[in-house]
Design a protein around this ligand. Structure first.
Ligand SMILES: [Zn+2]
Length: 419
């Protein structure tokens, strides 16, 4: 079973747009109500049963069970009779919102932090349509329950053999998207390690360095866009809140954020494809970039979006049948890739030169080579299990993407920036 997500731009009419926004608001209300129930229940269990909590907590009957997912879902039909607005939303969409809350709740239970929060106005930005009897997508429209056909830009066709499982309608800035989840009932083995290995070290002074000595600089547009963002945000801060001009300016800021997101993602995909062009195995560090983003390089770390980049590389590797591995990140910049000796250097030293064996190369390239060496060690210790060679390339639908990607100028981007 493989699942692909395709995102298409959709163009709802003004009235349709209003309906969608209204649905989101109704769902938000249901979400907040259900969360209130959970919070009240938790609050009522905070003090001992024979003591009265005078200050904050509500006292609920001790027999009352925790408002679980099924309990809350079963209460929906009754609530609909009382609040007629609730029934204007497709019932499955409403159910999904409650399910979303309980997913968040379970996630919180497992992790121990991240209590679900109330959603403020406009914070619920998507609607999930979980089931379709027949494919809702035609060449020009997407058909949604209770709202009808909305024009869609089907910029890439839905691959043969895939069925539409669910559709999520998203609102980003003032644009609308449909993220369509496609499924195909085929099993493919994970790509097995083979061929030319590449170690990839990501960083701030250079975007990434590979073990082959290729260096990709951070793209310039980030900086110029950041400057523009700063300007727009400053203008926004001078507008009177909730005024018409404030709203206009807010949309401008949101649009620019959206643009930065898209540009970054596009850059990441191009680099990921370039990596797959060069090698057959890609290794990266298993760093949790969120922790380093808390440090002094915070903004720049987040701006480069390393976490997203790794996810994208992983996905592209899977799709093109290349092996992807994560290795231990500790001390990759403090080791000599040639002899394994320790070479201490702080961030300002840009050149790696080993006093033990005399090996000299760029600092980031050395780190990339260390990652490659660790990756090779990793796959040789795990052992090469699985003998068949199968990759997603031969599958219906992926083949077409494949040819498109090769035809794209992804190689050129790296060469240009790899001076
Ligand atoms: Zn050395």
């Amino acid at each position: 079973m493989i699942t692909l997500n395709h995102t298409y731009r959709i163009y709802p009419h003004t009235t349709e747009e209003q309906t969608l926004i209204q649905w989101m608001e109704i769902c938000r209300g249901a979400y907040n109500y259900a969360l209130r129930e959970i919070k009240d229940w938790c609050g009522s269990r905070k003090c001992a049963i024979d003591k009265c909590s005078l200050e904050k907590e509500y006292i609920l009957s001790p027999e009352l069970k925790f408002p679980g997912e099924i309990y809350q879902l079963n209460k929906l039909p009754k609530a609909k009779k009382e609040f007629s607005l609730l029934s204007s939303v497709p019932s499955q969409v409403l159910q999904q919102t409650i399910k979303q809350l309980h997913r968040a709740w379970e996630y919180f239970q497992n992790r121990g932090f991240g209590f679900p929060r109330f959603k403020k106005y406009g914070q619920l930005k998507s609607l999930l349509f979980p089931q379709f009897k027949e494919s809702p997508v035609t060449n020009l429209h997407i058909k949604l329950p209770k709202i009808g056909a909305i024009p869609i830009n089907l910029h890439r066709p839905i691959p043969k053999g895939f069925v539409v499982k669910q559709v999520r309608i998203l609102r980003k800035a003032d644009k609308w998207y449909a993220s369509i989840s496609l499924q195909c009932n085929v099993n493919i083995a994970d790509p097995i390690p083979h061929g030319h290995p590449i170690g990839v070290d990501v960083g701030l002074s250079v975007f990434l360095a590979t073990s082959d000595g290729v260096i990709v600089d951070p793209p310039k547009f980030f900086k110029s866009l950041q400057g523009k963002l700063k300007l727009l945000q400053r203008r926004l801060s001078r507008k009177k809140k909730r005024s018409k001009n404030y709203e206009k300016q807010r949309i401008k800021v949101a649009r620019l954020h959206h643009k930065i997101d898209n540009t970054r993602k596009d850059f990441h995909f191009k680099v990921a494809h370039a990596l797959c062009d060069f090698g057959d195995m890609v290794f990266m560090e298993d760093l949790d970039y969120r922790t380093s983003a808390k440090g002094m390089f915070g903004k720049h770390m987040l701006d480069a979006g390393f976490g997203q980049f790794r996810t994208i590389v992983k996905y592209v590797c899977w799709k093109r049948g290349k092996f992807f591995g994560e290795v231990d990140a500790r001390g990759t910049s403090q080791e000599c890739p040639q002899c394994g000796g320790e070479v201490r250097k702080d961030l300002s030293v840009r050149v790696h030169s080993c006093p033990h064996c005399g090996y000299t190369t760029d600092r980031d390239v050395a780190a990339g080579q260390n990652i490659r060496n660790r990756g090779i060690k990793l796959i040789s210790t795990v052992g090469q299990t699985g003998s068949q060679t199968a990759c997603a390339v031969d599958l219906p639908g992926t083949g077409e993407n494949q040819s498109r990607q090769v035809a794209k100028s992804c190689k050129r981007t790296t060469r240009k920036s790899s001076k």
